[in-house]
Design a protein around this ligand. Structure first.
Ligand SMILES: Cc1cc2nc3c(=O)[nH]c(=O)nc-3n(C[C@H](O)[C@H](O)[C@H](O)COP(=O)(O)OP(=O)(O)OC[C@H]3O[C@@H](n4cnc5c(N)ncnc54)[C@H](O)[C@@H]3O)c2cc1C
Length: 380
């Protein structure tokens, strides 16, 4: 039976590898809107200061990988519609019939509704080709405004700083990484990066970006104006659910899948940033994708296997403030216990019975990751 996979990110390519291992004779087809080359997406937010080009980040060209994995590949081919009844995907290059279909569609960057003639020039970096454009545009610049003080915004800000570019970070929240860190952790991160030169403009939104000479002037909700040579947006990602929704598949925050990775249609599965695992949560990080791909490959090969997630802490790639986080799941009851020292923050999120449910470790405390991770409960 033909397995058609849409996408060529880490979800799609990991699944191809795992599927080939599980089923040497499997008929695999991959359809992707981009060039299909394999690269490590997490590298995009900390590659600039070390001078890495997009070509240097490309790990394996699509054609080579497809050949190695005996996979039929269709690059620069955008899926427009899925017909669940006929088991067919319609693309801008023709129709394809599938036996089982896997959606590895990833997530879209969120665009804020900002006024001004400069907003159209705002960049987001969500794939290797965006990174190539970012490198080209940032070359020779000295002042960058970063919109968003979450994980990706802070990582880009630290990387730009390392490249001696003055960086101002804007956020509506009053502190960096508010969804991953308790306030003491955010304060530590903010101070550590301020000490190296990052300027924070928090508690405000950017209301307009106007062109000004070769650069831009940002006006924020406090009325303050900030000059920048380039504006980089990192305000968040939204799972790509549109095609699935239009086809009639169940969607919520992401494409809803059960514990086997199956959507509301028996022949369609989802994986990676577009998926809402176990019908409940999105996990837009690399390790969960790998974990889910291994189980899904077995299910697609006929051995129904539930996707299980152990705790998988995420490293925040801010070299001026090393941090590792394993946030509690949304809605989990408990409270942070926080120890702050001159050199770090150890924050443990504990449940009612004193059990460890999550952590945030910054500075020196990040060394405790290995000792603490085994104490965390599985995510699912
Ligand atoms: C800058 C940055 C830094 C990150 N750093 C970290 C980190 O340090 N640690 C960590 O764990 N995670 C990190 N992440 C998150 C991690 O990279 C993602 O969770 C992961 O790469 C998602 O992979 P994916 O295959 O699900 O999606 P993607 O890599 O986005 O792939 C989606 C694919 O679907 C294709 N596609 C979409 N729509 C269509 C269509 N209609 N037709 C055909 N093809 C289509 C796209 O072309 C693409 O090939 C980072 C993300 C970013 C953006």
């Amino acid at each position: 039976m033909n397995t058609t996979i849409i996408g060529s990110g880490v979800a799609a390519w990991t699944l191809v590898r795992e599927l080939r291992k599980a089923s040497p004779e499997a008929e695999i087809r991959l359809i992707t809107a981009d060039a299909g080359d394999f690269y490590s997406k997490p590298m995009l937010s900390n590659a600039f200061a070390s001078g890495k080009t997009a070509e240097a980040l490309l790990m394996t060209p699509a054609v080579k990988l497809a050949e190695q994995q005996k996979t039929e590949i269709h690059i620069h081919t955008r899926v427009l519609e899925i017909n669940l009844t006929d088991q067919k995907v319609k693309t801008d290059k023709g129709d394809f019939v599938y036996g089982q279909l896997v959606l590895g569609l990833g997530a879209d960057t969120i665009d804020l509704p900002i006024q001004g003639d400069g907003n159209a020039d705002t960049l987001s970096v969500n794939d290797l080709w965006d990174y190539a454009e970012f490198r080209k545009r940032v070359d020779g610049k000295s002042k960058v405004a970063v919109l968003g003080a979450g994980l990706i915004g802070c990582e880009f800000a630290n990387d730009l700083l390392k490249a001696n570019i003055h960086t101002t970070v804007f956020d509506l929240a009053d502190r960096p990484l508010p969804r991953l860190l308790p306030p003491e952790g955010s304060a530590f991160m903010k101070n550590a990066l301020s000490a190296q030169g990052i300027e924070w403009k928090l508690n405000r939104t950017v209301s307009s970006i106007e062109k000004s000479g070769a650069g831009y002037v940002l006006t924020d909700s406090t009325g303050e104006k900030t000059e920048a040579d380039l504006v980089l947006s990192a305000v968040g990602l939204a799972p790509r659910t549109q095609i699935a929704k239009a086809a009639g598949l169940a969607t919520d925050r992401g494409i809803v899948i059960n514990e086997f990775g199956r959507t509301s249609d028996a022949h369609v599965y989802a994986l990676g940033d577009c998926a809402q695992y176990h019908g409940q949560f999105v996990l837009p990080y690399i390790m969960p994708v790998m974990q889910a791909a291994r189980a899904l490959a077995k299910t697609l090969s006929g051995e129904e296997t539930a996707i299980k997630f152990p705790a998988m802490p995420v490293m925040v790639k801010t070299p001026d403030c090393p941090a590792v986080v394993s946030p509690p799941l949304p809605g989990q009851e408990g409270a942070w216990e926080v120890e702050v020292t001159e050199t770090g923050v150890k924050a443990l999120f504990k449940g009612k019975a004193g059990e460890l449910l999550g952590f945030a470790l910054l500075g020196d405390a990040s060394k405790e990751r290995q000792a603490l991770t085994p104490q965390l409960p599985a995510i699912a």
